[in-house]
Design a protein around this ligand. Structure first.
Ligand SMILES: Nc1ncnc2c1ncn2[C@@H]1O[C@H](COP(=O)(O)OP(=O)(O)O)[C@@H](O)[C@H]1O
Ligand SMILES: [Mg+2]
Length: 581
């Protein structure tokens, strides 16, 4: 694991937990107190044993004080540990909530380019893993790493002070080689663990993707194909898991060997010292108790170490999400928009999604405020790209796009987007009620505004027909509504948003002529007094536009009104003839 990953994760956790530093300090004090109590217990035990051992002719006296002390220490240890746990748990829970929210907010800030290139299932998994890694890291650190370290230092000091350096040395060396061995072997097997994780992610992303495409799978009778593909992914996962298991066996075996050797040497030395009278039987009991106390929790160190490694890997990904910065950022001196007219201009715009394939070439176009302007052209001509650029999902490579004369890169994204509503070709709805989906355009809309928007979008009839009306659940992605109904929901949403600029991106292409008529009709009502950009496939729907821009492979080839373009007898006239046949 690279050094920078450790420090990055540490830094991130430190920043996250800083708010609760005093609470954590108190919790740490309780942790130390609990350890002091637990280390004092074998010492009390020694005095009990020595008190009972016959020394000369003295009468045996039960060492009541030490027995009571022993009981008291045991209780104190448990009580302090419980207080420690409660304090830490509250911090962990709050930190998980805060960081999950932080990551979620950040993901929404990233640009469309990032989200299109990421699989949502895998992303959700990374988020889940990260949040639980955070909790296990804190838990392991406070429950095992820190207490064991404290205990180790205390025990080694006591052994050296009470007996001689050999006991301290064997204990110290034993623990040290145990930790080193664990670290080295874990290093070696981490790649298997990581591989297994990756394959696990792949398999589950594949399953999710397949289920999302349920309909497509059915249309093509592709169940068997999907199943075979998933099984291939699962098979590699299985192999990786097996390697993980067998390397784990090597780790556990080695650890057991080290513990056994250290314990044998200690008892060997203590046995000799008791025989030669240098230490008492009580001392031997104490040494034995310390050994047990130290090595029993160390038995879990293997698991803990692996989990911590895994947590670091997961947290690196998790906090790494926060480090990804979107391509699209507000300029430091970004302007707030107040009054917007809706004049749009593209000046010499060059644009490419990927450097090796240019989509728009030196594009110039003007859309005047209040105009209804149509974009037409073959599939792949760049129509949707123009809409995305205007919404600033991407930035242009050269040239500029202006709104009322201001470069959109100089405007706050939130303000710019507040002015633009988009009705896409394929509307996806939230798995919620019809009302909630419409209200998404403006969460504070009144009932009147809702009713108005519904009427304007030609949705009123549908709402009346539905037994549950506006409270109808629309299903995942809105699948329980027809294409035309979804589009009208999208229009109602757009109306509630009250934008200055409306973009309809092939809003009617996938629909029958009745639905199309309803939507074109709604479109007319909505665009009244606003700037409208209508991307259309069927030219009859935009024949009355104020201006028609004809695109071909990212270039503007013609523009004018329907009549002007027909008389030009160019590309548009060709398309028109093709469609009226
Ligand atoms: N996110 C993307 N990454 C890479 N290429 C893209 C992306 N989106 C669209 N394209 C490509 O850009 C070209 C123009 O797309 P688009 O503007 O959607 O065309 P249309 O005019 O049909 O709406 C197409 O050839 C398409 O393959
Ligand atoms: Mg398109």
């Amino acid at each position: 694991m690279a050094e920078s990953k450790f420090s990055f994760v540490f830094q991130s956790i430190r920043q996250l937990l800083w708010r609760w530093r005093y609470r954590l300090l108190v919790a740490t004090l309780f942790m130390v107190a609990a350890k002091l109590a637990s280390v004092a217990m074998p010492w009390a035990l020694k005095h009990i044993v020595d008190g009972l051992a016959p020394q000369g002719v003295d009468i045996l006296i039960v060492p009541v004080v030490f027995i009571l002390l022993y009981g008291g220490l045991r209780f104190a240890m448990t009580a302090f540990n419980e207080i420690r746990d409660t304090l830490f748990a509250r911090v962990t829970e709050q930190a998980m909530r805060q960081s999950s929210l932080q990551v979620f907010d950040h993901l929404h800030k990233l640009d469309l380019g990032f989200h299109l290139s990421r699989q949502t299932g895998a992303l959700a998994r990374d988020m889940d893993r990260g949040a639980s890694a955070l909790s296990s890291l804190v838990r392991f650190f406070t429950f095992s790493i820190a207490p064991t370290l404290i205990e180790l230092v205390l025990v080694v000091c006591i052994l050296i002070a009470a007996f001689d350096w050999r006991y301290g040395a064997v204990t110290g060396l034993g623990v040290l080689s145990y930790v080193l061995f664990t670290a080295i072997v874990t290093e070696w097997r981490t790649r298997y663990v990581r591989q297994a994780n990756q394959l696990d992610s792949d398999a589950s992303a594949r399953a999710v993707d397949s289920l999302i495409n349920y309909e497509t799978v059915k249309y093509f009778n592709a169940e068997q194909y999907e199943s075979t593909r998933l099984d291939a992914a699962l098979a590699s996962w299985e192999t990786a898991r097996l390697k993980t298991r067998s390397s784990l066996a090597i780790l556990n075996g080695g650890q057991a060997l080290i513990i056994s050797i250290a314990a044998t040497i200690m008892l060997w030395m203590a046995g000799h010292d008791v025989a030669s009278g240098r230490i008492t039987v009580g001392d031997l009991t104490m040494i034995n108790a310390y050994l047990l106390q130290l090595f029993i929790p160390l038995g879990f160190l293997g698991t803990v170490y692996r989990e911590i490694r895994r947590s670091f890997t997961d947290l690196d990904k998790y906090f790494g999400l926060l480090r990804i910065s979107g391509q699209i950022q507000d300029a430091d001196d970004a302007q707030t928009l107040t009054q917007v007219k809706g004049d749009i201009q593209f000046h010499n715009v060059d644009f490419a999604y990927h450097a090796d394939r240019q989509i728009l070439h030196k594009l110039n176009l003007t859309i005047q405020a209040g105009q209804r302007v149509a974009l037409v052209g073959g599939s792949g001509a760049g129509k949707s790209t123009i809409a995305r650029l205007l919404f600033r999902f991407y930035d242009v490579q050269s040239g500029s796009i202006t709104l009322d004369g201001t470069d959109i890169r100089a405007i706050k994204q939130e303000d710019l987007r507040q002015q633009i509503a988009v009705v896409p070709q394929d509307t996806v709805l939230f798995n919620d009620t019809l009302a909630a989906n419409i209200r998404y355009g403006s969460v504070n809309a009144t009932e009147d505004e809702m009713a108005q928007a519904i009427a304007m979008a030609n949705l009123a009839e549908l709402v009346e027909k539905l037994p549950e009306g506006l409270q109808t659940m629309v299903g995942e992605r809105g699948l329980k509504l027809s294409g035309g109904e979804k589009q009208r929901v999208a229009i109602a949403r757009a109306i509630l948003k009250r934008p200055r600029i409306l973009i309809f991106d092939e809003a009617t292409s996938a629909l029958d002529s009745h639905s199309e008529k309803l939507i074109v009709d709604a479109m007319h009502k909505v665009t009244e007094g606003r700037t409208a950009v209508i991307v259309a496939h069927r030219l009859s729907t935009i024949a009355d536009a104020d201006n028609i821009l004809v695109l071909d492979e990212g270039r503007l080839v013609e523009q004018g009104t329907h009549a002007q373009l027909l008389s030009k007898n160019g590309k548009y006239a060709q398309l028109w003839q093709l469609q009226s046949r």
